[in-house]
Design a protein around this ligand. Structure first.
Ligand code: NOJ
Ligand code: CA
Length: 699
């Protein structure tokens, strides 16, 4: 009896003390509790400063019941986990996954329902998810809303985009939490699609900085069979609450036990570099489900793409003014069709000459005359080329030159249609040896009423990645929901756009110079972005005197983006003829690696600047990229990341003396230096500018 009592006492002590857990470094502390009415809560501190005040957890169901109140704890289990794993492609060759975990088993009085909350505390932040075990009293259920609170401790500076169910293609606003209000924002995102449910709602990842210099990021990981989480903001109390994206009838998620929610994540540090260097989001996803990953390869590519965005050619063959005729008569060529056989061969020649891996061709298939506006459900079949595009000839030519073609599947958001045709589309790719496709989801979703970020669409994007894996092919999705690390599980999901890419600079008010200093703190936390850098002909009046649009950059900054904007799939987005005008600067794009042994985040401040160095996975070469916002910037960095006792030739591509993103964007200079790990390098960045450096060991 005495023994039983002492075990019980021990357990009791264990439970009480186990209500909090610390990060391995002990700097982050998470406290769990239950309120008087049995509502689970948590709070977070970092170095003894409050990051998240007591915040409630829980889920409300469509049938009026909830998984939020009347809970009592049935026990708490703590473990420590530490492993090292190797991503197939990535910013570093191996990743440490080290955290302390606390699993709280809850049971609900009156209903007998069970729910677990699993907390993981890493050195860079905390994560938690809801787990719904298989049980008699909770089989199928419909979520009306998840009410996960993130009660912030101050009126932080915040980088945000409006809570839009259909698009993340917005420039970031930089305001205090109290100033979040979409009434004060230009909501014309350039694509005429918006579904904004509240003026006080924002998307995640949400990047913030407190007045005393703490960086906080709220996001999610492993969004699988669940909608995307947006955040409702209370601008008076600085309380954020999860807001799941609904379906056409307002339901949020349909689940069947056993199941889990995605991880809710709060990254925190007093050093901004820790946020972008964190691998927490990837670590929270399941390991690769693809055994043989030898066919998953990084790619640098060019394509018939920018020429359509700048208006030099068109996607369609007949001119979209002929859209109505497509149903009834043969297509009459407009003479401006970009994706023709001769032009494609020109790009293949260019790619082969300069050592690229692939060529993307958009506008190759029938349907572009009436792709926009989605009144036609079966707009594309993904297999029928236009009459001037000879698939067999092009692919044979590409093979003879050692170039891989990249397929394009614009779905025009007619998603059911895409799923119907997907296997045939993949068979066609297999027949001609395509290793990858870029997909796109422009416009409103069909089935009508669904949103890009809803549960059904999340399942669609993930299904497409899995089906591509069945065919040993890679996919790069545009206008999909933003990634949350699923590429750890399906590494063939090689990249996504899912934010405002470089293309907006061609035909809208574009991306302000600070845009690329924010994306690594937001969109890129979830996975690689196909941002399509490398624009050398920066002002659009080059193509048409009346145009005012421009890329908000210097030429040197476009080079630096290959390093600061991580992706194993990188495009050299400009036209071949534009690269041929600047062969010395183009050399950096030819040389730069896209898959990395190691990455060092040397300087970072969201909205201001970023300096990153990365080591090629295949060689001893290092590359560095530094970018700034609209302010010019000087700094000096230590090159102590280089291998000791080795001399390197540093080739520095930097802004020229009079460079300025608006006044003189193409002004650049290139110089070479001999450096070692003991050297320091002065960086001189123009307003809206950047520096790119390649380091090659001298034998
Ligand atoms: C939007 C994509 O982001 C862009 O890259 C593509 O060219 C167009 N859709 C057409 O598919
Ligand atoms: Ca896009």
């Amino acid at each position: 009896m005495k023994k039983i009592l002492s075990i019980a006492l021990l357990l009791f002590v264990f439970c009480i003390s186990a209500q909090s857990i610390q990060s391995p470094s002990k700097q982050i502390l998470l406290d769990f509790g239950l309120t008087e009415n049995g509502r689970p809560t948590y709070s977070v501190t970092f170095k003894n400063k409050t990051v998240i005040l007591q915040s409630a957890l829980g889920i409300y169901l469509k049938d009026g019941s909830n998984l939020a109140t009347n809970f009592s704890s049935e026990g708490i289990k703590n473990i420590t986990f530490n492993e090292n794993w190797k991503p197939v492609l990535g910013e570093q060759a191996s990743i440490i996954n080290h955290y302390n975990e606390m699993k709280v088993a809850l049971s609900q009085a009156g209903t007998n329902r069970k729910m677990n909350i699993i907390f993981k505390v890493y050195d860079e932040g905390v994560a938690f998810r809801y787990e719904f075990p298989k049980q008699k009293d909770l089989n199928y259920f419909i979520i009306k809303e998840e009410k996960t609170e993130f009660n912030l401790a101050g009126n932080h500076k915040t980088f945000w985009i409006p809570g839009d169910y259909d698009s993340q293609e917005y420039p970031y606003e930089e305001t205090k939490l109290s100033e979040i209000n979409t009434d004060n924002v230009n909501l014309n995102n350039g694509i005429g699609l918006k579904t904004i449910f509240s003026k006080y709602a924002v998307q995640s990842p949400l990047m913030m900085k407190s007045e005393d210099g703490i960086y906080i990021n709220i996001f999610e990981a492993a969004v699988v069979n669940y909608p995307v989480m947006h955040l409702d903001v209370n601008p008076k109390t600085y309380a954020l609450t999860s807001h799941l994206v609904p379906n056409s009838i307002g339901d949020k998620a349909y689940l069947q036990t056993p199941c889990v929610s995605p991880w809710r994540t709060i990254m925190v540090s007093d050093d901004a570099r820790d946020i972008i260097g964190s691998k927490m989001i990837l670590n929270l996803n399941e390991p690769s489900k693809i055994d043989d990953t030898s066919w998953i390869k990084p790619m640098k590519y060019v394509g018939i793409w920018w020429e359509m965005h700048v208006g030099k050619s068109t996607w369609d063959y007949a001119g979209s003014q002929n859209a109505q005729n497509v149903l009834t008569q043969d297509l009459i060529p407009s003479g401006k069709h970009g994706a023709n056989t001769a032009n494609t061969k020109r790009y293949i020649d260019f790619a082969a000459k300069h050592g690229f891996d692939g060529v993307l061709v958009e506008g190759w298939n029938v349907g572009w005359e009436d792709w926009f506006g989605n009144w036609k459900e079966d707009v594309f079949d993904f297999i029928t080329p236009y009459p001037d595009y000879n698939l067999a000839e092009i692919n044979a030519y590409a093979t003879s030159k050692g170039i891989k073609m990249i397929m394009h599947h614009e779905t025009s958001s007619s998603v059911a249609n895409y799923e119907r045709h997907l296997d045939r589309a993949l068979e066609l790719m297999k027949k001609y040896g395509y290793p990858a496709a870029k997909s796109g989801y422009v416009g409103r979703i069909i089935p009508r009423g669904e949103f890009h970020d809803g549960q059904t669409m999340v399942n669609h994007y993930n299904f497409v990645a899995r089906r591509f894996a069945d065919y040993k092919m890679m996919v790069n999705s545009h206008e999909s929901s933003r990634p949350t690390g699923y590429h750890r599980t399906y590494p063939n999901y090689i990249a996504a756009e899912a934010a405002r890419g470089n293309e907006f600079n061609a035909w809208s008010n574009g991306n302000p110079p600070m845009h690329e200093t924010i994306l690594p703190f937001t969109r890129l936390l979830g996975g690689p972005m196909d941002y399509t850098p490398g624009i050398f002909e920066i002002k659009m009046n080059y193509y048409d005197k009346s145009k005012k649009e421009q890329v908000h950059t210097t030429l040197a900054k476009q080079l630096a983006l290959y390093i600061t904007m991580y992706s194993p799939l990188q495009m050299a987005a400009d036209l071949p003829e534009n690269y041929e005008k600047y062969p010395d600067a183009f050399q950096f794009i030819k040389d730069v690696a896209v898959d990395w042994q190691d990455s060092k985040y040397l300087e970072a401040e969201p909205g201001d600047y970023l300096t990153v160095a990365r080591k090629d996975k295949q060689s001893e070469n290092w590359f560095l990229g530094a970018i700034t916002d609209e302010n010019a910037r000087n700094s000096e960095i230590k090159l102590d990341f280089l291998s000791p006792n080795t001399k390197y030739k540093a080739t520095i591509y930097q802004d020229g003396k009079t460079a300025h993103w608006e006044k003189n964007p193409v002004n650049y200079e290139i110089k070479t230096l001999t450096v070692t790990s003991k050297s320091k390098l002065k960086l001189v960045l123009a307003a809206g500018g950047g520096t790119a450096v390649s380091f090659t060991p001298i034998n």
